[in-house]
Design a binder for this molecule. Sequence first.
Ligand SMILES: Nc1ncnc2c1ncn2[C@@H]1O[C@H](COP(=O)(O)OP(=O)(O)OP(=O)(O)O)[C@@H](O)[C@H]1O
Ligand SMILES: [Mg+2]
Length: 254
Amino acid sequence: MTAVSVSGVTQVFNRGRPDEVTALSDVDLTVAAGEFVSLIGPSGCGKSTLLRLIADLLAPTTGTVEVSGKPARQARLEQAYGIAFQQAGLFEWRTVQRNVELPLELRGQSKAERRERAAEMLELVGLADFAGHYPAQLSGGMQQRVAIARALAVHPPLLLMDEPFGALDEMTRERLQTELLAICAQTGTSTVFVTHSIPEAVFLSDRVVVMSPRPGRITGTVGIDLPARDEAVRQSPDFFSHVTLVRKTLRGTP
Ligand SMILES: Nc1ncnc2c1ncn2[C@@H]1O[C@H](COP(=O)(O)OP(=O)(O)OP(=O)(O)O)[C@@H](O)[C@H]1O
Ligand SMILES: [Mg+2]
């Protein structure tokens, strides 16, 4: 079963205008069910654009995007994925708890079910004490954690995450990486994860997809074969050799 299938996708913004930008050129990407794939590449290479295409927040100029074997649009309507994007994107007038409950409300879950799941997710991201706060009363990193809790709340078959841990301190970041892997393993979730951090990509992924500067293309893929994903592995020679390989692929000097 294929979770995501992007084929022959080109994305041109402002076509025919002086400010025309080819953000993606001829991109093919397949993500298997249960697979964790990271996208890494320089700023402006089209990583967010690719995620937005998969989420059907954008229609490709050419090419096709399928999620779970369905057109991206149908998958969006069926809420086949959860998203946590670069900006937290919270609703300012809803409390933290009610932001996390939103996708559950859309699925018609009962109030009791929503309460319970939201509490569980807020506990996971360390915000149990802030359930009644409003987003404006939180720091940027805390808002990001609410967005992560919201994305995970429905246990979607596919997670799309755009630098979700970018605003977090190193300790919180590493803890959430471990939690994210545990959730994905438990629920069989497939994930497409954008990051600027090579060690983060190596720690989380089955496969790291490397992109080039504009027009964004996939220039390499590094399979990650580590014996475990625990604290010890972060210090292992095996881990560092994968980091080096991704760095070389990014530089285009394998
Ligand atoms: N809605 C838009 N209209 C016009 N151009 C856009 C739009 N969205 C993105 N672009 C352009 O497409 C290119 C890719 O942008 P994108 O946001 O996908 O990059 P990115 O790889 O996510 O970068 P970063 O690492 O900085 O987040 C950029 O040149 C950007 O200016
Ligand atoms: Mg981006």
